[in-house]
Design a protein around this ligand. Structure first.
Ligand SMILES: O=C(O)CCC(=O)C(=O)O
Ligand SMILES: [Fe+2]
Length: 354
């Protein structure tokens, strides 16, 4: 038996005191059956529970068809297979203010915002080459973050597909946010969603090229250093390479592999939802490191596999105020964070990235 903290910060007795060792899997199919209130509640509770204990959850039987996910990865592969010259027709603008377009290897510095606490490790992370390339997109209606599309003749159909995929991702994440709202006891399932028009989200294609395993082992090269996301929530699709890991909140410094599960959504809580919920839900640190099935070669010839992933970050509208939800505070558990707008929080975090 152990003491557990409830949504308003009071304590209750619970049986489950086992160390968190894996990322829970939630079957989302019952959420879609509108009349079935008790099954919907069960899904909502399972997701909220995972967000509280681990901050990461696999969601299966969601509404994004497998064929669409496959197609997204095919487009991503085609994009990254373009010549450097072609990719550079849509470069990430200088500076941090616009986070759109193509970032070549080591351009974006997640090391600058790493959550790694060990001093020696931090020093290594700062020196390592961040060997990933990315392409970021958003809503065409977001004038603060203008898209950097490729000229259509460079990859015909790419823009149309990605625009559609962006809104399909928003549709499923809207449902996930509704479930989270219900799961943490909010009366209005749209409460969180009301601050999210969808125009401030970010769809990102990521490619981690193959790299000598020794370079990752010696940490002269990194894939993605440990960090938290500054979204409300993030969903992610990944190929079968592996290497994504989430820090175990109950054992800081210990990482749990987010082993690829075909077509599952990997969902994680971002900093904003953690702040909204007064730290009840966890914005868990995560990183991309050596994939488990890395090599068939020997010595310095050993190569890791290349890896593709597609995260989608949900953010509230820029002027939305992130302040503690009344349901998540009490006299004994007052708000832990000063209210802040999305745009201010984003500025604080993004300004260190480029
Ligand atoms: O590539 C991945 O699996 C993780 C990406 C990620 O954490 C991010 O872009 O914030
Ligand atoms: Fe992340």
């Amino acid at each position: 038996m152990s003491e557990e903290i409830t949504v308003d910060g009071s304590a209750e007795i619970a049986n489950d005191n086992a160390p968190v060792q894996q990322i829970p899997i939630v079957d989302f199919s019952a959420w879609k059956i509108k009349g079935d209130l008790s099954s919907r509640m069960q899904v909502a509770r399972e997701i909220a529970d995972a967000c509280r204990k681990v901050g990461f959850v696999y969601i299966v039987n969601h509404t994004i068809p497998d064929s669409l996910i496959d197609e997204a990865f095919q487009w991503s592969k085609q994009f990254f297979a373009l010549s450097d010259e072609d990719k550079m027709t849509a470069p990430h603008p200088d500076g941090w203010a616009v986070h759109r377009g193509y970032s070549w290897p080591d351009r974006e510095k997640v090391s600058h915002i790493t959550t790694e606490k060990d001093e020696d490790q931090r020093a290594k992370i700062m020196e390592a080459l961040e060997y990933k390339e990315s392409y970021d997109m958003g809503s065409d209606k977001n004038s603060d973050q203008p898209n950097q599309w490729l000229p259509d003749e460079v990859l015909p159909g790419f823009r149309a597909f990605m625009t559609r995929f962006y809104w399909d991702c928003f549709s499923v994440t809207s449902d996930i946010m509704r479930a989270i709202a219900v799961g943490i006891g909010l009366e209005d399932e749209d409460h969180l969603l009301k601050k999210h028009s969808g125009h401030n989200n970010q769809l990102r294609l990521l490619h981690y090229p193959k790299v000598p395993l020794e370079a990752l082992e010696r940490q002269t090269v990194s894939r993605m250093p440990a960090h938290s996301d500054w979204s409300s929530i993030t969903i992610l699709f990944q190929d079968d390479c592996g290497g994504l890991e989430a820090e175990d909140p109950s054992q800081p410094g210990r990482y749990i592999p987010a082993t690829p599960l075909k077509n599952a959504i990997v969902m994680n809580v971002g900093d904003l939802l953690q702040m909204w919920s007064n730290d009840y839900l966890r914005s868990t640190n995560h990183r991309v490191t050596i994939p488990p099935l890395s090599t068939s070669l020997k010595g310095s010839d050993r190569m890791t596999r290349e890896r593709y992933s597609i995260p989608y970050f949900i953010a509230p509208d820029p002027t939305a105020l992130i302040e503690c939800l009344p349901a998540c505070m009490s006299e004994e558990n007052p708000p832990k964070h000063a209210p802040i707008t999305q745009v201010d929080y984003n500025r604080m975090r993004a300004s260190m990235l480029y």
